[in-house]
Design a binder for this molecule. Structure first.
Ligand SMILES: [Zn+2]
Length: 612
């Protein structure tokens, strides 16, 4: 349905560019200097991790480097791509293991590095060595699967569809029948998710690949990928992304557009965790599904996860992150006894370098850069669709004419934008702006509303400017168990809790944690036991500071009338709030409290009752 523009044509601007710069100056842009699993990885000849971590990191580091046009980052990405290609075997095998180890190697990393090489090739279409290396790698995987040397198992079996990204890329470059056969082989040996949906209804307290939240957030897109590559007849309604999404979200959905999974599906409780990898993968799935189907609901879902859950799990300076975030998160401490998380350890809620486990350290890097590559899309040669109203400059060519489209906006912190179009000579195309489902009204000067889009289909020449205004009223949405959460536009708002930070610097298993990438424990210092009084909320706009999702200077807030309630800890814990207060009666007079964007909070309560 949609195609992306050449990725080198996107120039993030405004707060989005600033967010990417923060990421580059934080952990993402420094992992190859400080983290042994990247710095000394077997992928480049070292003795540390030779599996998913380097490809995970590159999947975000490559677009980060190119979108920022940062020569130093680009050179460091190239060093890794060259290092991987230098070590490719004669027969095309691309992963760091011996030929004897191949039969035991979990090819999830193979599927993943294929996706990364395809991404590199998109930014570097002139790099024939990488394109040839990718084709030879996938041909080798095909040969090894065909003769039975390699069989999908474990992660590779549950993430088989990730290989369709590189297969589709290669097929588009040069269609060859074996690519289709490889896709079919992967699917035949891969997990059949249509047979697993019953297990997501009442998740058990055990770790399984079938209920693993990252697998499932990756999985949602497989139907769209299969249909695009293998055709309509290759899928049924059971494979449809919407069918899969419902099966997951109806029973495990959170207030911020994610599913609970710590790290396997956990059901609808606001204190169970959501693993950061699952948020990054959910966003990527939504981007792929939206591009494939053109159904606006996927772009709405993407924004909810991107503007709320993603920034909440990562500190404002992007040096530390959590493994598991909680919607109601009144503390981030080590658990002395059994953690609230069902299948994760007691450190998973801390902010740090690799709390819980190191996958997210490598994988969260893709989230912001990939979003920035999906801001504008095209439905045809004479179409520019503003999928997300985010600050970006696109420089492209339409019918041989140089065209730039610049969106100037503070969205999602404001609901207005100016779109500037410049065409070097007269050229006709449609400029379409997606209208989010939450918008009570949507206007664009000179545009007509066609379904869920504002459209200007005309001849463009010279410079033109148009103003977009979306409107919403802040409101409470109903959550399970009689709780409510505040929303305004695509943002969810939470009551922030002041925190005392305890810095933990130490070395474990040869991995050093020291400022600014040490661990932090957060202890609550302010009252959190509140409920909403009535449903009236008032918007407060502010200037903010250099950190778009910083807690100290939020760019937008809501004023709410609230009162104290009798709300205790969860049974057996002193750092986890109960699902509900003991009573809905007010314990104090109503007072005015300030709610801030969920994505900007560290400690918070998000789901609260309405008091009587
Ligand atoms: Zn992870």
């Amino acid at each position: 349905m949609y195609h992306r523009f050449d990725p080198n044509q996107y120039h993030p601007t405004g707060w989005l560019a600033r967010q990417l710069r923060i990421q580059a100056d934080g952990l993402s842009g420094n992992l190859d200097k400080i983290w042994p699993d990247i710095r000394d990885s077997a992928w480049i000849g070292g003795n540390r991790d030779g599996w998913e971590r380097v490809p995970y990191w590159l999947d975000g580091f490559i677009p980060l480097a190119y979108l920022l046009r940062d020569d130093d980052l680009i050179a460091r990405a190239k060093k890794y791509i060259d290092g991987i290609l230098d070590r490719q075997c004669e027969d095309g095998w691309i992963c760091p293991c011996t030929s004897e180890q191949r039969k035991d190697y979990d090819v999830w990393a193979y599927q993943l590095v294929g996706k990364v090489l395809a991404l590199w090739c998109e930014f570097n279409p002139e790099d024939t060595r990488a394109a040839d290396g990718l084709r030879r790698a996938m041909r080798c995987l095909y040969d090894n699967m065909k003769d039975g040397t390699v069989k999908l198992k474990d992660w590779g079996k549950f993430r088989w569809f990730e290989s369709l990204i590189s297969i589709s890329y290669l097929y588009e470059m040069q269609p060859e029948d074996w690519l289709i056969d490889l896709a079919k082989l992967q699917r035949a040996q891969g997990a059949d998710y249509t047979a697993l949906t019953e297990r997501w209804v009442r998740p058990l307290n055990i770790w399984t690949l079938e209920t693993h939240v990252v697998n499932l957030c990756m999985m949602i897109k497989y139907g769209a990928l299969v249909k695009a590559l293998l055709g309509e007849d290759a899928v049924t309604e059971a494979d449809d992304p919407e069918t899969m999404w419902r099966a997951l979200f109806d029973y495990n959905g959170t207030a911020v557009g994610t599913v609970t999974g710590d790290e396997c599906l956990a059901g609808q409780r606001n204190t169970y965790g959501t693993e950061l990898c699952s948020i990054a993968e959910l966003m990527y799935s939504y981007e792929e599904i939206y591009a494939a189907t053109g159904e606006n609901v996927w772009a709405d879902r993407l924004e909810k996860a991107a503007f709320n859950a993603l920034p909440a799990a990562i500190s404002a300076d992007m040096w530390t992150h959590q493994y598991d975030q909680q919607v109601n998160q009144i503390a981030c401490q080590k658990y002395p006894n059994k953690p609230i998380f069902r299948t994760n350890n007691g450190e998973s809620g801390l902010f740090g370098l690799e709390p819980g486990f190191g996958c997210c350290t490598a994988n969260f890097n893709q989230a912001w850069p990939k979003l920035a590559m999906n801001v504008l899309l095209k439905a045809g040669e004479r179409d520019v669709t503003v999928a997300h109203l985010l600050p970006t400059l696109l420089t492209t060519e339409i019918d041989g004419v140089a065209v730039t489209i610049e969106t100037v906006t503070e969205y999602p912190f404001r609901h207005t934008a100016t779109i500037k179009v410049r065409a070097e000579s007269p050229v006709r195309f449609a400029l379409r702006v997606r209208v989010p489902a939450w918008a009570k009204s949507a206007k664009m000067t000179g545009a007509v509303r066609l379904s869920d889009f504002l459209v200007m289909d005309r001849e463009w020449c010279g410079e033109c400017e148009t103003a977009v205004t979306l409107s919403d009223r802040p409101h409470l949405v109903s959550r399970p168990n009689g709780n409510f959460a505040a929303e305004y536009g695509p943002l969810v708002f939470a009551l922030p809790i002041e925190a005392e930070y305890k810095m933990l610097e130490y070395t474990r298993d040869g991995v050093e944690r020291k400022f600014p990438y040490c661990d932090y424990e957060l202890t609550p210092k302010s009252e959190w036991r509140y409920g909403f009084v009535g449903g009236r909320l008032a918007v407060v706009e502010a200037e903010g500071d250099d950190y778009p999702f910083g807690e100290s200077a939020p760019r937008i807030m809501l004023k709410a009338s609230m009162a104290r309630v009798d709300w205790d800890f969860e049974d057996g814990y002193s750092n986890v709030s109960a699902q509900l207060p003991k009573s809905r009666s007010a314990l104090s007079a109503a007072e005015e409290k300030i709610l801030i964007p969920y994505g900007a909070t560290m400690l918070r309560v998000t789901e609260m009752v309405k008091v009587k």
